[in-house]
Design a protein around this ligand. Structure first.
Ligand SMILES: [Zn+2]
Length: 210
C-alpha cells in the first residue's frame, strides 16, 4: 500500500497556512491513479486554497513497482541522509536506484517499465553528450538529455533540453542500444553493487576515468 501524511505549508504569496499531501511510499501496482498523477506531473503540485496559486512542491518518496521489479528512492533536489533500506526483504531482489530530480524519476520509471538497462542507456547518453554519437541537427554538448520511450519498433526516444528550456527530440535504433548493453554487461567497471545506487551521467563519467 502507499502511505500518506500531511505537512503544514505556508503560501509564499498570501501566507495562508495549508496542508500538503505527502506520500512516503507510492505503490505503482496498487495505486495506478497515484502513479498516473505522478507521470502527468500533477502529484507534486500544491495549490493554495486561498489565493489559488500553484507551486511545484516535490517531496522525498519511495516508488515501488512490483510488476516490473524496481524500487526508486526519490530525492527532489539532492541526495541526503541515510540511504533507503527496504524493510520488505522481497524488495532486495529488485533493481534499486536512488534518483535526484523529478524528470530523472520519470525517466527511470519509463526505462524500467520498458525492461531496459539504465546502465546501457546512461552509457549511450554519455557517448551522445560527449559528441561520440552525433545527432543530426541537434547540439547535445552540455545539455540535459533524457530517455523518453521505447517505440513499437523498439527504437529509443530521447529528448534534449536546451539552454532556453527548448526541447528537441530524436530516436535511435535498437541495434545501438544492444551494443551498449553488451558493453554494460562485459565491462567489469559497470557492475553494480547492492543497494540504492545513483546510475546517472556522473556515475558513468567517474567510471570512464578509471
Ligand atoms: Zn496563497
Amino acid at each position: 500500500m502507499s502511505s500518506c501524511r500531511y505537512r503544514s505549508v505556508t503560501c509564499p504569496n498570501c501566507q495562508h497556512q495549508g496542508q500538503l499531501e505527502v506520500w512516503d511510499t507510492i505503490n505503482a501496482d496498487a495505486d495506478p491513479v497515484l502513479k498516473k498523477k505522478l507521470l502527468d506531473e500533477f502529484l507534486f503540485h500544491w495549490t493554495c486554497p486561498n489565493c489559488k496559486r500553484t507551486y511545484f512542491a516535490p517531496w522525498e518518496t519511495i516508488y515501488q513497482d512490483k510488476t516490473n521489479k524496481f524500487v526508486l528512492s526519490f530525492h527532489p533536489f539532492e541526495e541526503k541522509g541515510e540511504p533507503f533500506n527496504p524493510a520488505d526483504p522481497s524488495l532486495r531482489r529488485f533493481t534499486c536506484r536512488s534518483v535526484t530530480g523529478f524528470y530523472r524519476l520519470k525517466e527511470k520509471i519509463y526505462l524500467f517499465e520498458s525492461g531496459l538497462s539504465d546502465v546501457a542507456i546512461e552509457l549511450m547518453k554519455y557517448y551522445i553528450l560527449n559528441g561520440h554519437i552525433k545527432i543530426e541537427g541537434i547540439d547535445t554538448s552540455g545539455r540535459e538529455l533524457y530517455f523518453s520511450d521505447q517505440g513499437k519498433d523498439e527504437s529509443l526516444g530521447f529528448y534534449v533540453v536546451g539552454q532556453h528550456r527548448d526541447v528537441s527530440t530524436f530516436r535511435l535504433p535498437p541495434s545501438l542500444y544492444h551494443q551498449f548493453l553488451e558493453m554494460a554487461d562485459s565491462d567489469g567497471r559497470f557492475t553494480i553493487k547492492e543497494g540504492f545506487v545513483s546510475i546517472d551521467y556522473h556515475w558513468v563519467n567517474a567510471l570512464m576515468r578509471r
